[in-house]
Design a binder for this molecule. Structure first.
Ligand code: DGL
Length: 265
């Protein structure tokens, strides 16, 4: 089988990575997608580096059984700790969310001050901050872990007052810093864009890493001559490690439509 017909392999700790799937489908509608959500072991954002690396390797092993041509690490926590290990261990292209988000933030920021919000694991890794400074020495980075935002999104509390109040508290330092760009460094945060934007004001640019990673995937496929060139609508196969029904219910909130069959593995 021609590798162009292989699928995009995407994994996340759970369902948050569907924000990346949504963007991949928008930007690369002809491509098939195989998605694995590790719902049995979510959240990754509170786990150690060692566990996150181990889980990420296992997730890639699983995706490789399904004829994939690229691995998209939708999870920011995995991208923070596991990317270099995965690139060393596996021979296909591996794309994470950190570098595309960092590049976009540098491009967009006028005052050279960037805010990063993410899970505790991602912030502790310092990966966004290091990547931004490696790419542009002039940048100042203010980081903030926002661990309560993931459960709020999973509860469907997208627009509640409590969510606004918690976001306001978390974003205080970033707001004070005057950063004109903020990276939404967690799969769940694009869903909270309206709330975050209300807290920070409309002049602060929010970088959705899902959008940026889809652009990067498109560029890599083109570079490696792997883009699907048939006129077709791509499929999306979804696998989870636990509670497929629960996943299905929440998935509709993330994607805005029904995701179809979900298989537990
Ligand atoms: N997918 C995770 C991330 O982007 C958020 C959920 C979790 O903590 O597992 O960091």
């Amino acid at each position: 089988m021609n590798k162009k017909n292989y699928a995009l392999g995407v994994f996340d700790s759970g369902l948050g990575g569907l924000t990346v799937v949504r963007e991949l489908k928008r930007q690369l509608p002809k491509e098939d997608i195989v998605y694995f959500g590790d719902t049995a072991r979510v959240p990754y954002g509170t786990k150690s580096a060692q566990s996150i690396v181990q889980f990420s390797e296992e997730n890639v092993q699983f995706l490789l059984k399904h004829k994939v041509k690229i691995i998209v690490v939708a999870c920011n926590s995995s991208s923070s700790f596991a990317i270099s290990v995965l690139r060393k261990k596996f021979s296909l292209p591996v794309v994470g969310v950190i570098e595309p988000g960092a590049k976009k933030a540098i491009e967009v920021s006028k005052n050279k001050k960037v805010g990063v919000i993410a899970t505790s694991a991602t912030i502790q890794s310092g990966k966004y901050s290091k990547t931004i400074k490696r790419l542009s020495k002039k940048m100042k980075v203010v980081s903030q872990a926002c661990p309560l935002l993931v459960p709020l999104v999973e509860e469907g509390w997208f627009e509640k007052k409590a969510t606004f109040d918690i976001a306001k508290e978390y974003l205080l330092t970033i707001k004070k810093s005057g950063a004109d760009v903020v990276i939404l460094g967690c799969t769940h945060y694009p869903i909270l864009k309206p709330v975050i934007s209300r807290v920070l004001g409309r002049r602060v640019n929010l970088i959705d890493s899902a959008k940026e990673v889809a652009c990067e995937v498109k560029a890599i496929l083109k570079k490696h001559n792997l883009s699907q060139d048939k006129k077709r609508k791509g499929s999306c196969k979804v696998f989870v490690s636990d509670k497929p029904q629960h996943f299905k219910k929440l998935a509709k909130r993330f994607l805005g439509y029904n995701i179809g069959h979900i298989k537990k593995v």
